[in-house]
Design a protein around this ligand. Sequence first.
Ligand code: DAV
Length: 350
Amino acid sequence: MKENNLVNSHNEWDELEEIIVGSAQLARVPEKDKGMVAASIGGGYDYFDPNISEFFPEYILQETEEDIENFTSELKKLDIKVRRPEDISINNFSTPDWHCDSFFPYCPRDVLLTVGNSIIETPNLFRSRYFETIAYKETLIEFMQSGARWISAPKPRLLDHGYNMQDKAQLSLNNHEPVFDAANVIRAGRDLFYLVSDSGNRLGMQWLQNAVGHDYTVHELSPSIYSSVHIDSTLSFLRPGLLLANPARVNEDNIPDILKKWEIIYAPKMTEYSYSDIKPSSSKWLGMNLLMLSPTLAVVDKHQTELIKLLEKRGIDVLPTLLRHGRTLGGGFHCITLDVRRKSKLESYF
Ligand code: DAV
């Protein structure tokens, strides 16, 4: 590795030095995105409020930007370098197979995966996110010039038959080509954990294993844990040996044996709150979507007082932070960030 490599993050908890934080500007509900429709059918809830067409109301975008500004100024006080998406001017686009509106770069966690010195553009479920990483292009080039291994998964075709729109008992995503969101994965050094769900199929897991190579093992997390989308409102790694689990989803029978080597603490009751009359697009468990800044400091939604108490009892200080429309826009503090560099080295924790 080059000495000045800007990308170096091996797990979810080492001391953070640099991060990308997303933006809600231009947030909208893309029309006719087959992937989004399929995931809504599978997940049993509509992704976004059907009353929203096109852009979210201005006050939601403004208040979110305000909350993000406050959050990033806290990070900067801790000497963490913060990057934001570059302007994104794509509105709609076509591939040889279909036409779609674009999504919005609010959750870098879904489209980019940091594994050590590599940064991987993932082959996402939603058609509307096909070109989302363009919002980080200059940043990615800078990372590459510093020595990072910048790779992109093969673009999926996302044809109609790649989605299962019929059988609710099956995942929304068929296993025809590698497809996964980066947020299907959580990292613990040499062990990566990949949730097979509506937003990540087994071919995606195979692609990731081949891409990261023999230094890593990609473990499957079964859809019986959570079949809808990402892993980060279900499991959080807090520090070596300690994980936080969602009691409505995780149990002794569905958690892989390797994770039983760690102490598992279950999240307490979540506080449900809402700041607008727009229907949320994520569950109340977004309250456990926390970001570790170090093994002893977490960023947690300030409404989640029970969770904050639990973490403090475990020796983890909390920066209570506000993201009023997180559930509306579908992303908490883990989702809207991508840790790029931590004081981190490749280790085994199991
Ligand atoms: O629990 O509603 C949120 C996913 C965030 N990446 C949930 C899933």
